[in-house]
Write a protein that binds this ligand. Structure first.
Ligand code: HEM
Length: 424
């Protein structure tokens, strides 16, 4: 399968177009060394695969999953079956999804706008006087998790640490992704136990008291999926929108960046550089026809978000029309946090354009390094220069480049270190 490429552009020279010409709407590919899947390449095949009742979300139906190669490729933390909504089907899926949807509705009702503004201001304050910054490391990867930390009732330090762990999932290196998954799971076990003892106005407490009556493991895995699914994807949607605006300003820029139509720029980034590029997420429980291609029982299907958005058959749609985008999925597993992720992205990008004077990429796009792993459209760093400005507030809770709260030294093998970490 083609690797992520910063210079990738849709059109006749795109590797997706080449695969489409060779195989049609789905191609047999190796998503990672030795891991074979069908990759959807057209809009129709992608939408069908996302919604097909005979394609399961549970990887236990996938022959490859039992081969050991998925683990060797570092894909396990993202694809392993867990007691969450993402990897379950039918009634079990509905029961596990309902608390997520209800929890998000409570958050939205509470109104996240002001919190997002306060966090963006605080982050930008930490580097605005310097005249240069890494808008991924110092802004985009921090903003979503700091917002989500409020929902979890977590300190900023704990949130940043969780984001760092979840981020390793996406780099697909088993040496770092597997231990990160174990640490995240241990953290959420502790968090759930605390919420049971001291319930509050937070996601864990709401999940515990939800009429779905989730088990301890379901709560833990549900909370984990929020962090794993949420932070990196939102962070890289913010970053990819900024790349589109700062590197290739037309047609959004207009006379000045502060007057850009940010919503349109985000839609464009969703289409041309969707943060989730490819997603191995469906497994045939019986022989299934997708866009005229037969998928055998036990075979896996990877959802090709990027190839689907480049499908020439889409060209007759209004460019950037949101309803043509599959970025957030389709069908019963559609992202429940779409509005929240959108709000964070729109506000984040708006704040950068509003507060930084004359921001410019410090490197050409082709010099930006893609993150490792086949699944994301994401860069390692986004160095920018701008005219130094003044902080919006004197508060500097998050200093420039400040690492996530340091982990306390781990003594012994017990879980006590987690409690100490928590209590910091
Ligand atoms: C730009 C940001 C995001 C993108 C592009 C995105 C994309 C997606 C997609 C494509 C799916 C469907 C997966 C499937 O059908 O297998 C999904 C599901 C999910 N997303 Fe998001 N997501 C984003 C942000 C978030 C955030 C911020 C959260 C948490 C607060 C979140 C939580 C979830 C969960 C829990 C599911 C599983 C839902 C289910 O299976 O019923 N996502 N997301």
């Amino acid at each position: 399968m083609p690797r992520p490429d910063p210079q990738h552009t849709p059109g006749r020279n795109s590797p997706w177009e080449w695969l489409r010409r060779l195989h049609g709407p789905l191609a047999p590919v190796e998503i990672a060394p030795g891991v074979r899947v069908w990759l959807t390449l057209t809009y129709e095949a992608t939408a069908q695969a996302l919604c097909s009742p005979t394609l399961s979300n549970d990887p236990r139906h996938w022959e490859e999953f039992h081969s050991g190669r998925v683990g060797e490729a570092g894909l396990l933390p993202l694809t392993a079956p867990r007691d969450n909504a993402l990897t379950s089907d039918g009634e079990t899926h509905r029961r596990r999804r309902a608390p997520l949807v209800d929890g998000l509705a409570k958050l939205t009702a509470r109104g996240m706008g002001q919190e997002i503004t306060a966090i963006t201001d605080r982050l930008i304050d930490s580097f605005i006087e310097r005249g240069h910054a890494d808008l991924i490391g110092e802004f985009a990867t921090r903003l979503p998790i700091l917002v989500l930390s409020r929902a979890y009732g977590l300190s900023d330090g704990n949130g940043l640490r969780l984001a760092e762990l979840a981020s390793r999932f996406w780099d697909c290196d088993p040496a770092t992704a597997d231990p990160a998954a174990a640490e995240l799971e241990a953290f959420f076990a502790e968090l759930t136990a605390r919420a049971r003892r001291w319930p509050g106005e937070d996601l864990a407490s709401w999940m515990i008291t939800h009429p779905s009556r989730l088990s301890e493991t379901e709560i833990r895995h549900g909370l984990m999926s929020y962090i794993a699914a949420g932070n990196d994807l939102t962070a890289h949607l913010i970053a990819n929108t900024l790349v589109e605006l700062l590197a290739d300003p037309a047609p959004e820029r207009g006379p000045v960046l502060s007057h850009v139509d940010v919503g349109r720029a985000v839609r464009r980034a969703c289409r041309v550089r969707p943060p989730l590029r490819v997603w191995p997420a469906r497994y045939a429980i019986q022989d299934t026809d997708i866009a005229g291609v037969r998928i055998g029982a036990g075979e896996g299907v990877a959802i090709g978000f990027e190839p689907a958005h480049e499908d020439p058959a889409l060209a007759h749609h209004v460019e950037d029309a949101e309803h043509t985008l599959l970025t957030w999925g389709a069908g019963t597993h559609t992202c429940p946090a779409r509005s929240l992720a959108w709000e964070i992205t729109e506000q984040g990008v708006t704040a950068v354009l509003r507060r930084l004077r004359e921001p410019r990429l410090a490197l050409r796009v082709e010099e930006l390094r893609p993150r490792p792993g086949p699944l994301l459209n994401a860069f390692d760093a986004l160095p920018v220069r701008f005219v130094p400005g003044r902080p919006a507030s004197a508060t500097r809770a998050l200093g420039p480049g400040r690492p996530a709260r340091p982990r306390p030294r781990r003594r012994g093998k017990g879980r006590a270190w987690l409690t100490r970490w928590w209590c910091h």
